[in-house]
Ligand binder design. Structure first.
Ligand code: AHR
Length: 501
């Protein structure tokens, strides 16, 4: 099979917001408990209760932003439960995730410490479903007011005289479902009521995020913005909407580790539907926001496989294979290509839950293929996205008797200084793709390096016994012949080419 990739170096799309490479962490299963947090008394090495191996591994990914405390959990979370001496914090029932007991040991200060340790910005999700505007405005004040009020003094007493400077705040989560079961009109009313009491303090302007649709639901978006139109037009007494956040998961194609070839393609096909979501949602948003002041966010995405037998006590725990790695790569490339609209993405969820970067078991941990993709894609963060045209025959497959197709190669290109990054996903099982990569004639290439994530086994994954079964290849120098590159993309692979100009 042959293909052609044309990188239009003189057609920049926009700067890729590093937040596209964001993460999400919820009080659910082993994400916080045993993932981020083991507590100061634990035998597992930790700094102030934060798990050291997880912190070190995540730090290497340069995570730009982490969304917390949920998810569904956020709309039943009362932030005051998670401050002050840990021994005095109330224990609550986590009604969304198995009625487990939430000890509230990991609260605002612990999350902030985690963000600081890994170098990420915090993104808080406010409680709209069961909270009040008062409670949310107090949380903002507690975090961001430099001093002088009772809440800011309480923050100082609790160990942080400096404000936390939390910029990103979501006004609810999945308000169409677990976040309150609102209609779009009802949620628009709640959005106005909650956001109107949120304030910028000190040197921290807030970036407010409104709850978007479940998947690519046009009805939610249209009705929400219709109801909010006068608010959008007269924002003199309130903060503008920074982002509108959709959620989209791919799954139910085999299990996490057992799938046929058709199920491999089916999952990647589902992931590819993110492109349709972005294209259609942004077009809808343009109708209400023609100046494009509101960004599109996908603050939950990733694979959601059927439950893993034996892991009933660790809700939403799943293994992560090469297939998940390709899913992550093709999704990040969709966001890269739409860098002029997509301003944040948060894969669900960082550790031990759904499409995790890291899996822990007792004092051990492993890095997943998805971790390696996030590592590989780091050079796109903050680079200039470039229009890239890929010509290749589609892959045809049949799933449940239905004929479907998927592009034979997918990818994105970006430029930062003299480094041109091209990332390419070849989803084809057993079929390498010979490709001609064309740059404008006036460009001269100094060097090309290739790094690949692939394996002969499409089910390849890491285990505690074999934690490096699948990992990134060593970077390989490729020969340079003028402005056209001939390269063969390995079967079932993710590749990054670092092209020095
Ligand atoms: O990520 C798991 C759950 O998926 C989140 O809590 C919720 O927002 C979504 O439905």
């Amino acid at each position: 099979m042959t293909a052609k990739i044309e990188i239009l170096l003189h057609e920049p799309v926009a700067t890729i917001n590093p937040n596209i490479y964001g993460h999400f962490a919820e009080h659910l299963g082993g994400c916080i408990d045993g993932g981020f947090w083991v507590g100061e008394q634990s035998k597992i090495p930790n700094v102030g209760g934060l798990r050291s191996d997880v912190v070190e591994a995540l730090k290497k990914l340069k995570p730009p932003v982490i969304r917390w405390p949920g998810g569904c959990f956020a709309d039943d979370y009362h932030w005051q439960d998670g401050i002050g001496p840990r021994a005095e914090r109330p224990k609550r029932v986590n009604i969304h995730w198995g009625n487990t007991i939430e000890p509230n040991e990991f609260g605002t200060h612990e999350f902030m410490a985690f963000c600081r340790a890994v170098g990420a910005e915090p993104y808080f999700c406010g409680n709209v479903g069961s909270g009040t505007p008062h409670e949310l405005r107090d949380w903002v004040e507690y975090c961001n007011l430099p001093g002088g009020s009772t809440w800011s003094e309480r923050r100082a007493q609790n160990g942080s005289p400096e404000p936390f400077r939390v910029k990103y705040w979501a006004v609810g989560n999945e308000s169409w479902g677990c976040g309150g079961s609102f209609t779009p009109e009802e949620y628009a009313t709640e959005y106005r009521r909650f956001s109107v009491f949120m304030r910028n303090y000190g040197d921290t302007p807030l970036a407010l995020v409104a709850c978007g649709p479940s998947g690519n639901d046009p009805d939610w978006t249209r009705r929400f913005f219709t109801q909010l139109q006068d608010h959008l037009q007269a924002p003199w007494y309130k903060l503008p909407i920074y982002g509108f956040a959709a959620h989209y998961y791919a799954g139910q194609a085999g299990t996490a580790t057992e799938y046929t070839g058709a199920e491999w393609y089916r999952l990647l096909w589902q992931a590819q539907q993110m492109e349709k979501l972005v294209v259609e949602q942004r077009a809808l948003m343009d109708e209400f926001d023609p100046q494009r002041e509101i960004g599109l966010i996908v603050d939950e995405w990733g694979s959601w496989h059927p439950p893993t037998p034996g892991y009933e006590n660790r809700a939403l725990w799943q293994q992560n294979t090469l297939r998940d790695g390709l899913l992550a790569a093709l999704t990040l490339d969709i966001f890269n290509r739409h860098a002029d609209k997509v301003i944040m993405g948060n894969i669900a969820q960082t550790v031990n839950v759904l499409q995790a970067m890291i899996l822990t078991e007792g004092d051990q941990m492993l890095l997943t293929p998805t971790y390696h993709v996030f590592d590989l894609y780091q050079t796109h963060q903050g680079a200039q996205s470039l229009r890239t045209v890929i010509e290749t025959p589609d892959v045809h497959f049949t799933y449940n008797g239905e004929a479907q197709q998927l592009p034979g190669l997918m990818g994105a290109a970006s430029l930062k200084d003299d480094l041109l990054t091209l990332t390419v996903v070849n989803p084809q099982i057993g079929t390498p793709v010979e490709t001609e990569i064309c740059l404008p004639d006036d460009i001269s290439i100094q060097s090309i390096r290739e790094t690949v994530l692939t394996d002969a086994d499409i089910h390849a994954h890491n285990t505690l016994e074999n934690p490096n079964a699948i990992t990134l290849s060593a970077a390989r120098e490729l020969p340079v012949f003028g402005a056209t590159i001939r390269h063969t993309f390995a079967a079932q692979s993710v590749t990054r080419l670092d092209i020095r100009l």
